[in-house]
Design a protein around this ligand. Sequence first.
Ligand code: TMO
Length: 315
Amino acid sequence: MKKLSAMVLATALATPVVATAADSEDPIIIPIHNWSSQIVMSHVVGQMYEEMGLNVEFVTTDSQAVYESVRLGDVALELEVWEGAFGHSFREALSKGGLHDAGDHDAVTREDWWYPMWTKDACPGLPNWQALNDCAEIFATAESGGKGRYLDGPVDWLKHGKERVEALGMNFVVVNAGSAAALWAEIGAAEPDMRPVVVFNWTPNFAEAVWPGEFVEFPTWEDGCDSDPAKGPNPDALYDCGNPADGYLKKAAWDGMPDKWPSAYCVLTKLSFTNPQIAEMAKFVDIDELEPEEAADEWLAANRDIVDPWIGSCT
Ligand code: TMO
C-alpha cells in the first residue's frame, strides 16, 4: 500500500519521491551511442531512474569500446546489445569478466545490407546476394570505378562490409557513412528517381515505416563466421556470412551494479522493449525531429502502463 501510493505520487508529480535507500547516491552512468533508438531508450530508462530518486549521468561513448567500460564499471550498463553489430565485443568482454547478460528485450533484430523496394525493379533476382552482385553496375557512381557502391554504417559499428566483399568476391566498393543520418539521406536522395541503392540498415527502426524494403540474403550466419575461417562458404575467410537474421537484443550490466544500485538493477532486469516500441523511439527523433530527451518524455507519458509496473515491482 505504502509502495503503491509513493508510485502514484511519483507518476502524478513527476518528482523523485520514491525512496530507494539501498541504492548509492553516486550517478548511474548510462552510455549513449550514435543511433536514435539507443539514445532515446537510454533517456527513457534514465528518466525512470530519476523518478525513483536516483542520480543519472549520460556519456557519449564508442559503441564497441563500451563493453570494456561496462566490464570495468566506468559505466553501469548498456541498453541495446545488438547481436549483429556488438555480439563479438560483448562475448569478448563476458569472457574477460566484470559484466554480465542482464536479459533480452522481447525483440528480434536484424542488421545487414538493405535496399528500398524500388531497387528490385532494376534487379529482379534480389534479395539473393549473387543476384545483387550480378547487378553491381546499376549501383555504380562517378567515384566507384564501375563497381557497385554500398554505403555501410559508421566505422564504429564494425560491420565488416569490406571484408565481406572480399570474402565473397563481390564487385562492390564499400564506403562508411559518417553518421546514421547519412544513410537516410542516401535513401532519400534516391527516392524521387527510384534510383537503385543498397545501404546498411536494421530492424527495429523507423525506416521500415517510411521505405518498404528488404535485406539482401547472404549466406546464412553460422556461429563463428567472424572468428573461424572454416565457417561460411569461403574456407579461407572470415565475414563470408550475412548477419544473424533473427538476432537478439540484450541488456548488459556491470557486475557491481546489483550491489551498488539494487533498485535500478532490478528495473534493468525487468524492463523489455518490443520491436514496435523501439521503432517508435527512433521515429520520434528521425521523423518527428524531437530532441532525444523530449522523445523520451513523450514515450514515457504515453506508456506509463508499461513502465510503472517495472518501477513498482522494484521499489
Ligand atoms: C547498431 N545498429 C542498430 C545501428 O545496427
